[in-house]
Design a protein around this ligand. Structure first.
Ligand SMILES: C[S@@+](CC[C@H](N)C(=O)[O-])C[C@H]1O[C@@H](n2cnc3c(N)ncnc32)[C@H](O)[C@@H]1O
Length: 291
């Protein structure tokens, strides 16, 4: 008896089982995203094509993607993009894949910017990576002017591309440099957002394989205690904030207590409540410059 033909539906079922056995967290979704990518169609279009035969060419292309996924490479790097704040961001292995937790920072920043008296609020996104925060803010608030900073020129190139993709290059300035050191001496910000690396040295080795092997170390490594960059940013941010301006910093519950202490000890900053993410974990430190 001849084997059943490879249809889109059969390919998906087989691949989801295969990825599940190899420990993928979302095997069915991964299979669908990868097949849609190989087929050059939106994922939703697969649902009306289950009975369609899958060509040899499509199967070859898909097999290569599945092989890499099974080896641990994140889907976002395989397809070259990831959704963040309902916008599609291009990603390469030079940038961290934007995480849903970071959307909380954007929501909080947008709320605070609504209350800012300035008609064209100035925002800095320190450690912009793919430009996720900078672009989402510029897209959602047509008045803001953003300075997007990263120490990695390769990351900045990706961020620039994303700003172009979403039509906000006229309101985002890109600066290569260490924290705020490369920003114009006179620049003052109404809000500074920072999702800097905050993984501690101990945690680095325990990260999921897909993160540890594929995402840039420069985007993860927060030094021995995880707060090295945050610690250095605090005095710089205090200097660059307008009176009453806000500093929002993403963190992990692991370092939340230390960061709160650092803010309490920083001259000129008032600490506000650390906000939790949707999983109930401490995720967003908040400080305000004294008025
Ligand atoms: C955790 S990633 C965040 C990327 C992006 N903002 C996001 O939320 O998806 C941290 C970023 O900080 C950058 N970075 C690391 N050290 C830095 C430094 N000293 N100054 C500026 N950027 C830095 C890394 O290159 C990386 O792009």
């Amino acid at each position: 008896m001849s084997e059943a033909p490879w249809t889109i539906g059969r390919l998906l079922n087989w691949t989801a089982d295969f990825l599940r056995e190899r420990g993928a967290d979302s095997p069915r979704l991964d299979a669908e995203v990868l097949l849609a990518h190989a087929r050059g169609c939106p994922r939703i279009a697969l649902y009306t094509a289950f009975e369609e035969p899958a060509s040899e060419e499509l199967r070859t292309q898909f097999r290569e993607l599945v092989k890499q996924r099974a080896a641990g490479k994140p889907v976002a790097y395989l397809v070259g993009h990831r959704e963040f704040f309902s916008l599609s961001f291009d990603v390469t292995p030079d940038v961290l894949i934007p995480r849903p937790e970071t959307e909380g920072l954007v929501v909080r920043a947008l709320d605070l910017l609504k209350e800012t008296p300035s008609p064209a609020p100035r925002v800095a996104d320190v450690g912009t990576g793919s430009g996720a925060i900078a672009v989402a803010l510029a897209k959602q608030n047509p008045k803001v002017q953003v300075t997007a900073i990263d120490v990695s020129p390769a990351a900045l190139a990706v961020a620039r591309g994303n700003a172009e993709k979403h039509g906000v290059t006229d309101r985002i300035e890109f600066v290569e440099g260490d924290l705020l050191a490369g920003v114009d001496a006179g620049a003052a910000f109404d809000l500074i957002a920072a999702n800097l690396p905050y993984v501690t040295s101990n945690e680095l080795g325990e990260l999921a394989e897909g993160v540890r092997k594929y995402e840039p170390r420069l985007a993860l490594d927060g030094g021995e205690q995880g707060d090295e960059l945050i610690q250095r940013l605090l005095p710089q941010a205090t200097q660059r904030l307008t009176p009453g301006g806000w500093l929002l910093m993403e963190l992990s519950p692991m370092i939340a207590g230390r960061v709160e202490q650092l803010i309490d000890n920083a001259a000129g900053l008032i600490r506000h409540e650390t906000l939790k993410d949707t999983n109930g974990l401490a995720r967003l430190a908040q400080a305000q410059r004294e008025a």
